[in-house]
Design a protein around this ligand. Structure first.
Ligand SMILES: [Zn+2]
Length: 76
């Protein structure tokens, strides 16, 4: 966990923190260039009570290319 995640886990009620982590772990960012995917939580991010997919242009940690990444929720 990074400092921001730790801070939220510290200040929020335990049930909220668990829900936040569980939700963030279901969201993934997938590189459309090499198919590499990583969960939002593992990226140090928080995505909580969010809906809808989005696309972001970012540098992929796997293939090193600046490529489109699709954000989507697994299991939906
Ligand atoms: Zn990639």
């Amino acid at each position: 966990m990074n400092w921001f995640q730790k801070l939220l886990v510290t200040v929020l009620p335990a049930s909220w923190a668990q829900s936040m982590e569980a939700d963030s772990r279901q969201w993934f960012m997938k590189c459309l260039n090499c198919e590499f995917e990583q969960s939002y939580w593992d990226l140090g991010g928080i995505r909580w009570k969010a809906t809808g997919n989005s696309r972001n242009l970012r540098t992929c940690p796997s293939c090193g290319q600046r490529s489109w990444h699709m954000t989507y929720k697994k299991g939906e």
